[in-house]
Write a protein that binds this ligand. Sequence first.
Ligand code: SAM
Length: 214
Amino acid sequence: MSLAQHWRFLEGYLRKPQVVGAVAPSSKALAQALCEPYHRYPRPAAVLEVGAGTGAITRHLGTILGEADTLDICEIEPTFTDVLRREVLTRADFASPVASGRVRLLEAPVQDLSHENRYDFIISCLPLNVFELNDVQDVFSALRSCLKPGGILSYFEYMGARRTSRYLAVGRRRSRIRSVSSFLSQNIREHQFDRRVVLRNLPPACARYLRFEP
Ligand SMILES: C[S@@+](CC[C@H](N)C(=O)[O-])C[C@H]1O[C@@H](n2cnc3c(N)ncnc32)[C@H](O)[C@@H]1O
């Protein structure tokens, strides 16, 4: 990713820190880790990427998207959807899937996606740790409704971020983080079937793989 793309991402964060939730885009190593279960998934597969930002994961998906697979890209921020439309979906990897309508850009919050769209594999890059508990619950409920039975949710969080914030935060922020953390921990305990630690990311991250139904 170019310096200009890093700068645009940082600008997005400075404008709306509670929506973007990270100062730098994900690394290639994290993109690879998030997509790992997709390689083992039966094809053709319907894929949803949520919170695409400036396309750090989308670019990688373009290189591995199967010939009959579909990809919906969900992003809430208009400045980022502009970047995705102009600089990512115009890449050679996307020429054929875009021309055949197998790739769509959904400019909306994930909570508003129609549940008629069902996916085998969802990658979420949403900054859950900066959201209010009810937003995190709504996001999980939307993601679960969009998954086909047996489908996989792959998402990441920064290593130790929840633990550190729990200790450093005070007042209302502390209780928000505690409740979000306990909701996420419960989902991890009940539904996570594997995970990958990715040190080559700023900050280091953990990619988590969840399955809600057999
Ligand atoms: C941490 S950034 C990740 C960007 C990129 N995928 C990456 O890994 O570098 C989170 C992204 O989620 C988007 N986002 C936040 N809330 C959202 C929502 N409710 N629905 C869809 N996208 C959302 C933000 O605009 C931002 O682009």
